[in-house]
Design a protein around this ligand. Structure first.
Ligand code: SAH
Length: 209
C-alpha cells in the first residue's frame, strides 16, 4: 500500500468503518484506476472527484459506509447498483456479492466504465445502459439494491424488484436535503432507518446518449 492509501484507511477507521471485510475491499480496489489519469495522485484523498459528464466518483468514506450498511451475514447473492459512474462502488461490492448488476443512464459513461471493468477482469459485475427508475426486471428479485444518485421519492419499482426480506440503501432527497436511508423490506411493509447526511448528484429519469 502507498502512504496515501494507508492514511485513507486510518481515516476511514476513525470515521467508524470497523468491518474488516469493508477495509479489505477498500484496500483491494485500486481507486486510482477509476479516476481520470490527471487526478491519479489525488485518488486516495477522502474526497469525491469529477469523472466527466458532470458526475463524480463518491467519497471513499461514503462508499465504505454504504457498503458496510448493505453487508449482511447471508443474502449476499445478487445486488443491483443504480448509477454505475466510474465503476468504483460496483468494484467494491464485487468483493461481497456473488453477482453485481449495475445500471448507468449516460451512454458514453456506460461504454467507458463497462470496458474498464472488463479490462480489469471483474467477472462478477454486469453493466447495463438504461434508466435505473425501471430497475432490472430480467435479473430480479435482488437481495439488495444500492442507489448512488439521489431520488426525491422511494422508487416503487425497485421495492418490487427486491426479495421479500431485501434491503435498499439510498440517498433520499427530502426538500433539498439528502439523507442516507436504509430500507428493509418485511411482511408488514418497509422498515426505514436514517444513516447519515449525504450529497449525491440527482437521480434523473430517462437516458442520455
Ligand atoms: N457509483 C458511482 C457514483 C456515480 S455518481 C461510482 O462509484 O463512481 C451517480 C451516477 O448515477 C452518475 O453516473 C449518473 O449518471 C447516474 N444516474 C443518475 N440517475 C440515474 C438513473 N435514473 N439511472 C441510472 N443511472 C443514473
Amino acid at each position: 500500500m502507498s502512504e496515501a492509501q494507508i492514511k485513507l484507511i486510518e481515516t476511514l477507521k476513525k470515521q467508524g468503518i470497523a468491518n474488516k471485510k469493508i477495509i479489505a475491499a477498500i484496500v483491494n480496489t485500486p481507486r486510482h484506476l477509476f479516476v481520470e489519469s490527471v487526478l491519479k495522485n489525488r485518488a486516495y484523498e477522502n474526497k469525491p472527484l469529477p469523472i466527466g459528464y458532470n458526475q463524480t466518483i463518491s467519497q471513499p468514506y461514503i462508499v465504505a459506509k454504504m457498503s458496510q450498511v448493505i453487508l449482511e451475514e447471508e443474502n449476499m447473492d445478487r445486488v443491483l447498483e443504480i448509477g454505475t459512474g466510474s465503476g468504483y462502488q460496483a468494484a467494491v461490492l464485487s468483493n461481497f456479492f456473488k453477482k453485481v448488476y449495475t445500471i448507468e443512464r449516460i451512454k458514453p459513461l456506460y461504454n467507458k466504465t463497462s470496458q474498464l471493468l472488463k479490462n480489469m477482469n471483474y467477472k462478477n459485475i454486469e453493466c447495463f445502459f438504461g434508466d435505473g427508475f425501471e430497475g432490472l426486471n430480467l435479473y430480479a428479485p435482488f437481495d439488495a439494491i444500492m442507489i448512488t444518485a439521489s431520488p426525491s421519492s422511494i422508487p416503487e419499482i425497485l421495492i418490487k424488484q427486491l426479495k421479500p426480506s431485501g434491503r435498499i440503501i439510498m440517498p433520499l432527497n427530502d426538500k433539498g436535503k439528502q439523507k442516507l436511508l436504509r430500507i428493509k423490506k418485511n411482511k408488514s411493509g418497509l422498515l426505514k432507518k436514517i444513516i447519515d447526511d449525504v450529497f449525491f448528484v440527482p437521480m434523473l429519469e430517462g437516458t442520455q446518449s
